[in-house]
Each structure stands twice: as C-alpha cells, then as structure tokens.
Ligand binder design. Sequence first.
Ligand code: TRP
Ligand code: SF4
Length: 331
Amino acid sequence: MKIVSGMRSTGKLHLGHYLGVIQNWEKLQREYESYFFVADWHALTTKYDKTENLKNDVIDVVSDWLACGIDPNISTIYVQSLVPEIAELNIYLSMVTPQNWVERDPTLKDMAKILRTKEGANSQISYGLMGYPVLMSADIMMFNAEAVPVGIDQVAHIEITRDIARRFNNIYKTEYFNEPKPILNECSLICGLDGNKMGKSFQNDIKISDSEEVTAKKIMSAITDRSRMRKDDLGHPDECEVAFKYWKIFADDETVQNVRCECEKGTRGCADCKRMLGSLINEKLADVREKRRYYEAHKDEVEKIILEGSQKARSQAQKTIREIRNIIGMY
Ligand code: TRP
Ligand code: SF4
C-alpha cells in the first residue's frame, strides 16, 4: 500500500511537527511504500514574493526529517517542484474540478482569512492559492496513493481529492485512480509555550534544531498555574496550562504522578519544575539533535538525498503521466 504526504517548506520545524506528524511518518514508513515531499509550490501560494530563503528552507525541512528518522533508504524523499509532472497532472485535474468545489474548501477559507488579517482587507487570493486543493490532489494522485497521513486540518483537502479522483474516473471511464483515505495522526498535539497552538509565526515554538540552552530558556518562559504566586502556594497541575502538559507528553506515568503530588502539596516551585522539565526534554531530544547537527554540517549530503529521491520520484511520475495522457486521449 502506498502513502504520500508533504509539508510546506517553511524552514526549521518545531516539536509540533515532530510529535504530531514526523513521528507518525517514521512509524508508517516501515509498513507502507512511502513518499514524503517538500511542498515548495504550496509554499509559493502565499509566499510568492518572499523567495530568498526558499532553497534553504527546503534543506532545513529535509534535515529535520532525516534527524527524526525518516530514512531515505526505505522512503522516497523529494521536492515537489523537482517532479514537474505533478504540475502537468494539476492541469488535467483542474479541468475536471468544478469551481465551487475549491471555493467551498474550509481550509482555504481559513487561509484566506489569515491572509486578510496579515495583509489587510484588500489582499487578494491568487489564482494559485485557489488551486491549493487541486495541486494537493495532484501530489497525492501522481503516485496513486491509497492513504495520506495528515493532521485533522488537512482532512477537508483529502475529501476534495477523493471527489476529484472519482470524477476523473467517471469522466474518462477508467478505474485508474484510487480514492485515497486520510490516516489521522494519533500522536498528542503539543501546544505552544503560551498555551496556544504551536506555530512558527506565533513565536511560541521549540525547534527541533534549537540548542539545549535555547530550549531550557524557552521552557522557563512557559505558562504555569496562573493562580500560583509564591513557591509554596498549593499548585493546580490541571490548570498549569503548558508546563504540566509537557510533563505528560515527555515523562513516564510515575514521574508525572510525582510532579502532580509535589505541585499540589506546594513542595515544588514552578521555576525548579521547569528547570527539570527542560532537562528532560533535552534528554529526550538528544539523539535527534545530534543527527540534526550532523546534517547541518553536511548539507551536501542532504542535497544529494533530495536530488536522488526526486530523480526516483520523477521517473515513476513520468511513467504515470504517460498513462494518464493516454487515458485522456492526449497526443
Ligand atoms: N497542505 C499541506 C500542509 O499545509 C501540505 C501538503 C501539500 C500535503 N500537498 C500535500 C499534505 C499532499 C499531504 C498530501 O501541511
Ligand atoms: Fe506547573 Fe510544575 Fe508549577 Fe505545578 S510546579 S504549576 S506542574 S510548573
């Protein structure tokens, strides 16, 4: 069974990506024939005027994947724009996709809203951004994936992909395309240091590539039980919005119970608590970060992995696109 999934090239990834998505991919790659790609065209749908770091962002994303255990020997790792057949498939799919299917797409509506708050009411959604779900369908259908591991926010897009695949099959009287299903990430969602969703643009994230010092410092800024003023006030771990949640993600049950008891009894100060939490997180990430530093120092190796993976993906895509042209009746 084949799976395809991608991430936009947003630069260095954070723990939300690691725990929410990449860890899941890492497991799945051992069960499925896996295609993981950096969606640099999707990045362009909103950042078409800020392209200075595009290439570096791609290298950063792939370095993070490799550090987290995505293995180029068993998965195909590639860059979307290095497989231009995807753009050709995007054209064919855009012909069979009714305009109101993309206009209805809730995720796209959200993106448009964010864009308007950032750039003012006059900001225009580009034609390219409108095509976001169709391009995503091309990504998935290019390799005829049967399943797509994604977060819940992407499920609406996969629904459109299923609709487009079905419509294509109907129109051209074929059963060529699968109707791919989402595989929801089962990992826990980690919130940002301020208690909101972790995100690069909210400046509340811990990067996979952050140093131990930076991580420890960031953890010290995490929100705790707001009602607690002094060290020996009785604490309420369940109202400790960030730090205790992190304990639950990173520590074993026994340790979590200990933290809870000491917090409730008032024998554990928040500063000490967060110092220990920072050490624990650093310990858990030590191996990943060692690999991350290796790839940071060996960008040529990362680039080689990207180019070889993209070459592999492309030769397969070329074969598929010939079959698709044939089905449609192109020259
Ligand atoms: N839209 C996805 C995101 O923002 C990235 C993406 C692009 C993707 N194409 C895809 C994910 C195909 C899964 C399959 O995270
Ligand atoms: Fe949160 Fe720890 Fe402070 Fe309790 S002691 S409120 S768990 S940071």
